[in-house]
Ligand binder design. Sequence first.
Ligand SMILES: Cc1cc2nc3c(=O)[nH]c(=O)nc-3n(C[C@H](O)[C@H](O)[C@H](O)COP(=O)(O)OP(=O)(O)OC[C@H]3O[C@@H](n4cnc5c(N)ncnc54)[C@H](O)[C@@H]3O)c2cc1C
Length: 275
Amino acid sequence: MTVYSPSQLEDALNILRDPGFVVIAGGTDYFPSLKMGGSQDNILNVMKLPEMNTITFEEGGFRIGGAVSWTQIIKSDLPAAFDALKAAGQEVGSIQIQNAGTIAGNLCNASPAADGVPPLLALEAEIELQSAKRGKRQIPLVKFLNGIRNTDRQKDELVTSIFVPHPPKGMKSVFTKLGSRSYLVISICMTAISILLNGSGRIIDIRIAVGACSPVAQRLKTLEREMIGCRPNEVAICERHLLSLTPISDVRGSAVFRQEAVAEQIVRSLSRAVL
Ligand SMILES: Cc1cc2nc3c(=O)[nH]c(=O)nc-3n(C[C@H](O)[C@H](O)[C@H](O)COP(=O)(O)OP(=O)(O)OC[C@H]3O[C@@H](n4cnc5c(N)ncnc54)[C@H](O)[C@@H]3O)c2cc1C
């Protein structure tokens, strides 16, 4: 097994021309997935690439590098619209996992229970990918995530950054995770809400994203549409708002429980968001 930790992006992209290499960042998903066996892969470690280690402010929005850790996000000076993303970070494993694990790794691993996905859907994030052969492309997160452990990333591509368009001024956000205990737990369900109210307390922009209740986390567009112009507590959440969700029953909870928990989670998140 060969491990490369280049300090130049160009070198990293060239290494990925060889299909025998896998990318790792914090390794907190990759290494546990190997279970008892050692790795057969050659490894490209992206953590020494300075271009991918920063959070920058651009004309159109914020760019979070593809090697930025959860701890960097949590400690960053981002606006209130990012509070849900920071809160999700604080729920990822333990402090040690947050120090090592990256936000890009969380997305590339494409678990239905990845805590980073709902807040980033609510922020309408886009994923920047680069390869030596085809250069740069940027796609919405909804198009990047194709299914369980399945993304649009090609084997020779790196996720170089996550781009978040400037959220509307005054937008707030809340993340709520339900697990069987408080820490080090896989989500039973989770909700991220970004909300903007006008001066009389009516909703002018809302994004509601739910995770761990379908193969890929998703926005509840019907509910969002109905809430525009209303006060946050005016719309009763009912079955038809949750029709797109396909929760499973497993050791953590039944499908019915997940469906009911999500409805309650949304109500509670809305109350917290407008405090
Ligand atoms: C004890 C423990 C608790 C955990 N708890 C949680 C939790 O509560 N919530 C949660 O969501 N997750 C949790 N995780 C999972 C994991 O920590 C997170 O998903 C983390 O964000 C993964 O980031 P990483 O940098 O370690 O990814 P890695 O393991 O390095 O990589 C994960 C995948 O992404 C790919 N990849 C990584 N970076 C790039 C890149 N820049 N470009 C292209 N491909 C890339 C890798 O090839 C790999 O397939 C936990 C893990 C452990 C071990």
